[in-house]
Design a binder for this molecule. Structure first.
Ligand code: FES
Length: 142
């Protein structure tokens, strides 16, 4: 199987690998065919991905794809990061063998799930704040 130099390099030295105790969002995606899975952790501030890390259980292409996904997403706004596709990951790695193209999907989908988790948390926080504001604004004499 012919892997590009970049795939081998990211597999040997994956970037941003590990869990993240102070993450404020998390997303998982697994491939039911091969059993590989990826967990992505995000620290988002002002809607920008300040930190990203992941734990991956998978093949060399899945490790390299996760590493490339983290480099592509780091520093982007959540809206920009939602645009990252498996094709972007594959191109960032200078290509993947045809039978390994699906491995880049793991990164794109787990990232999307983590961002959706962030957006849901943000919405929940907003609703809680609004609820609290309503209670505070009520006249205590009523
Ligand atoms: Fe499962 Fe690569 S073979 S993600």
């Amino acid at each position: 199987m012919d892997y590009s130099y970049k795939v081998i390099e990211h597999f040997m030295c994956p970037r941003n690998v590990g869990s993240m105790p102070d993450a404020n969002a998390e997303g998982t995606y697994g491939d039911s065919n091969c059993g590989d899975f990826l967990n992505v952790y995000l620290k988002v501030e002002d809607d920008t991905i300040k930190k990203i890390s992941y734990l991956v259980f998978g093949c060399a292409a899945a490790v390299a794809s996760s590493s490339m996904m983290s480099e592509l997403a780091q520093g982007k706004t959540v809206e920009e990061a939602l645009e990252i596709t498996d094709k972007d990951i594959e191109q960032g790695l200078d290509g993947l063998p045809a039978n390994k193209l699906h491995c880049s999907v793991l990164g794109a989908k787990a990232l999307r799930n983590a961002i959706n988790n962030y957006l849901m948390n943000r919405q929940t926080e907003k609703m809680k704040r609004n609820g609290k504001d309503e209670i505070i604004s009520e006249d205590p004499k009523d």
